[in-house]
Design a protein around this ligand. Structure first.
Ligand SMILES: *Cc1c(COP(=O)(O)O)cnc(C)c1O
Length: 382
């Protein structure tokens, strides 16, 4: 591939000294568990997004599950979400024993259609779970207003939207809990897996922290072997913690995040300028700042265009297509084709193009030329 989707080794070489030092710091300390790196990263990450509390976990999927469990959501409860997302959005609801209720998205932003969400609310609904798809914020002001009117919680899946904002208010400051992923392929990637829940609610943060770590207060583990506190299981929990080495690596990488976001925004602007005349380029709603985790275009003859791009050395992705309601695992829920027309039309036409700080401007230009040629070719042969 001349233009790869990811190049983790290249980004590592740019920060090799800091990342190596972070790993060494943990390994030589002998404190592989319950050390200082996790709490330090949580404080730094909370400060970055402007939230009062951060609870790190070991994936974005875990973050969604821990957030819902922290809110007390379980069997008999319904959570309204969207079908055009990572499976973790929906499976996280089911892992709590709750029921997912999908609604379609709005054209353009491809995020939760607020009117459809309103219509899906029943007496059993406990929470709304919007997704900031591809890094475009969901309509959080309207979603928070709707939730408040019905006494619902809001868990925001911001796994693709680190660094996005609405009117200057950063994603992480809107929902009751905002969930992030530190999968290697996200904006801030761990060297393995990671995730976080952020909230302004101290009691909720403490519940989520316990749920993610055996149901016990972290202080008990941090003092293990020194004060010898006895086991005291007040509640059951999971083991979904971020580990010390990942936290140390994330601390080393966090300072690069603003430059990474700036590179993505510059690349997206260049793509928009070159591609908007020839296809459906992504649009950002006024007042919103996109985080551009994905640059996703829509074309009519998707498979033809995609093959032509692969032949030209351009990596592409089918970003969340087919949607969840058409996946075999959810066949039993009884949603066939035609259930969510906006989601389905997008899924049938979308192509994710390479974007990210590992790419040089010449590669972005190569992609735009290849896309323009592939679209011309696909319409000529139609
Ligand atoms: C990546 C992602 C997840 C899951 O995160 P993991 O860290 O891979 O578990 C959930 N939702 C969305 C929208 C994502 O992009």
């Amino acid at each position: 591939m001349k233009v790869p989707f990811y190049d983790h080794a290249k980004l590592y070489r740019r920060r090799q000294a800091e990342i190596d030092a972070a790993i060494q710091r943990v390994v030589t300390s002998g404190r592989l568990d319950w050390g200082d790196e996790v709490p330090a990263f949580e404080a730094e990450f909370a400060a970055y997004v402007g939230a009062a509390h951060c609870v790190t976990v070991n994936s974005g999927t875990a973050a969604l599950k821990v957030a819902l469990l922290g809110l007390g959501i379980g069997p008999g409860d319904e959570v309204v979400t969207v079908p055009n997302s990572d499976i973790g959005t929906t499976s996280g609801i089911h892992h709590c024993g709750a029921t997912s209720v999908w609604v379609d998205v709005e054209p353009g932003s491809l995020t939760m259609d607020v009117a459809a969400a309103r219509a899906a609310i029943t007496p059993r609904t406990r929470a709304l779970l919007p997704v900031d798809l591809f890094g475009h914020p969901a309509a959080m002001a309207e979603i928070m207003t709707l939730a408040k009117a019905h006494g619902l919680a809001v868990v925001e899946d911001a796994c693709l939207a680190l660094g996005a904002d609405i009117g200057g208010r950063t994603i992480g400051q809107w929902a009751d809990v905002t969930c992030f992923s530190f999968s290697p392929n996200k904006h801030l990637g761990a060297y393995g897996s990671g995730g976080a829940c952020v909230t302004d609610d101290a009691a909720l943060a403490e519940r989520m922290r316990k749920i993610s770590a055996y149901g016990q207060p972290r202080s008990r583990h941090r003092s293990l072997g020194t004060t010898g506190q006895p086991l005291n299981h007040e509640t059951e929990g999971l083991n979904e913690r971020l580990d010390e080495i990942q936290a140390a690596i994330l601390r080393a990488r966090l300072p690069d995040l603003p430059a990474g976001l700036a590179a993505r925004r510059a690349q997206a602007a260049r793509y928009n300028e070159a591609l908007a005349p020839v296809l459906d380029a992504p649009q950002t709603k006024p007042g919103m700042t996109h985080a551009w985790r994905n640059y996703v275009v829509h074309v009519d003859r998707r498979d033809v265009v995609r093959t032509a791009l692969t032949e030209r050395g351009v990596g592409t992705a089918m970003s969340y297509a087919p949607p969840m309601h058409l996946q075999p695992v959810y066949a039993g829920k009884g949603y066939g084709p035609g259930s969510f027309p906006v989601t389905e039309r997008s899924a049938a036409r979308l192509i994710g193009l390479p974007i990210g700080p590992h790419l040089e401007q010449a590669q972005i230009d190569l992609v735009t030329e290849a896309v323009r040629a592939a679209v011309r070719q696909s319409t000529a042969s139609a």
